[in-house]
Design a binder for this molecule. Structure first.
Ligand code: UD1
Ligand code: UDP
Length: 384
């Protein structure tokens, strides 16, 4: 029996690894599955563990407020040394481009344990954008023995770097599996809709406003390269849009990183309630967030995962970054890069709100990221 150790630590990794944890539960005669969380995120990770009902076997619990890249790297590397010795897995699975995934991959390499990289081969080819994620995924890619690429494009990126063809498996992105799990759960338990609505009201935004026809701009932001000046530009643009369109609601579930919250307080004041159509709320559980994405008119974000989820729901996505490692939806026309640029954000959001033809062009549902069966393909590849 093969022993597989799945390692993750932040909200997006947890969302995208959760369906894989569940998939291994269907193959217990073939695989022993062990889950280790690093706790690079605490509250935002625990939200995901709760919703997918995952109880980790190991928890490094490393998060400290205001941690930097050195803190995370060193603590994960040292923590994983001991977990790897104790578990002695046949394969370690890591996800994407966080510092958890790269430090865990390196820790496994130091014990000569093969690494499987989930969401492999995404590239911008600019090591400072996104920073440090582009370098993180390149390093993990060099270590990985198994590369699970979401699309043909990510496979081609790896081939161009000399990764042997038989080490790459095109699986789709497990985020679509996660989305399916959540939407199925809502279908099977219609009372979840009521629960989600109640939780949103508790969080400070009443979704009845969207149901009554008010359009909703959903906002998230957290990229390190936007800290400081970039976030101030973003906040100023949101504030002016908020004044320009009183008939539109702007909802911003704020990341817990203090570097994200400081410019919000600077631009909007400590009460963060400059107008009755601006809603700053705490990070949402995945189910509530998906519910809100479905209700939204436009998504304005610098997130990676949301660029993969929202196009499938037919929502135009304006990405507050200069580059993207996810060009598939840009090519399909539903995602557009606007940078952390005051004028571009103002112009592009205004265009979508004012011009129905422009909106129609960007809102056709496309889903280049998979069919929801990525996890079963990953498990099959590991069975070989
Ligand atoms: C991390 C990842 C990034 C990923 C993002 C997803 C790295 C270098 N960065 O960035 O790739 O896109 O997560 O959200 O791996 N905090 C809390 N509670 C939480 C989570 C964060 O209080 O549950 C606060 C803490 O003060 C923490 C800080 O946010 O020190 C920064 O967290 P960290 O994981 O270092 O960076 P992120 O910006 O979240
Ligand atoms: N998300 C969530 N609650 C929120 C905001 C986002 O559950 O309040 C989900 C979102 O659906 C996506 C993931 O978190 O799956 C994206 O996380 P984030 O933007 O923090 O990280 P990235 O994808 O940029 O690495």
């Amino acid at each position: 029996m093969k022993k597989i150790l799945l390692v993750f630590g932040t909200r997006p990794e947890a969302i995208k690894m959760a369906p894989l944890v569940k998939e291994f539960e269907k193959h217990l005669s073939e695989f022993e599955r062990v889950v280790c969380v690093t706790g690079q995120h605490r509250e935002m990770l625990d939200q995901v563990l709760r919703i997918f009902d995952i109880k980790p076997d190991h928890d490094l619990n490393i998060m400290t407020p205001g941690q930097d890249l050195y803190d995370v790297t060193v603590k994960v590397l040292l923590g994983m040394r001991d977990v790897l010795k104790k578990v002695s897995p046949d394969v370690v699975l890591v996800h994407g481009d966080t510092t958890t995934s790269t430090a865990a991959a390196l820790a496994a390499f130091y014990q000569r344990i093969p690494v499987g990289h989930v969401e492999a081969g995404l590239r911008t080819h600019d090591i400072y954008s996104p920073w440090p994620e582009e370098m993180n995924r390149q390093i993990t890619g060099r270590i990985a023995a198994f590369n699970f690429s979401p699309t043909q494009l990510s496979r081609r990126n790896l081939l161009a770097e000399g990764v042997p063809e038989d080490r790459i498996f095109v699986t789709g992105n497990t985020v679509i599996d996660a989305l399916h799990l959540v939407t199925e759960r809502i279908k099977e338990n219609p009372e979840f809709v009521g629960i989600a609505e109640r939780k949103l009201i508790e969080a400070g935004y009443d979704p009845a406003r969207a149901a009554s026809g008010r359009r909703l701009v959903l906002i998230t932001g957290h990229r390190r390269e936007n800290f400081g000046e970039g976030f101030l530009n973003i906040c100023k643009a949101i504030k002016d849009l908020n004044m320009k369109y009183p008939e539109v609601d702007f909802v911003y579930p704020m990341h817990l990183n203090p570097n994200v919250r400081k410019p919000i307080a600077e631009v909007f004041g400590d009460s963060r309630r400059p107008a009755s159509n601006m809603f700053f709320i705490e990070p949402l559980e995945y189910l509530e967030f998906v519910y809100l994405m479905e209700k939204s008119f436009i998504v304005l974000t610098d997130s990676g995962g949301i660029q993969e989820e929202a196009p499938g729901l037919g929502k135009p996505v304006l990405v507050m970054r200069d580059t993207t490692e996810r060009p598939e939806a840009v090519e399909a026309g539903t995602v557009k890069l606007v940078g952390a640029d005051y004028n571009k954000i103002l112009d592009e959001v205004s265009r979508l709100l004012d011009d129905p033809e422009e909106y129609r062009k960007m809102s056709g549902a496309v889903n280049p990221y998979g069919d929801g069966n990525a996890c079963s393909r990953i498990v099959s590849a590991l069975s070989l």
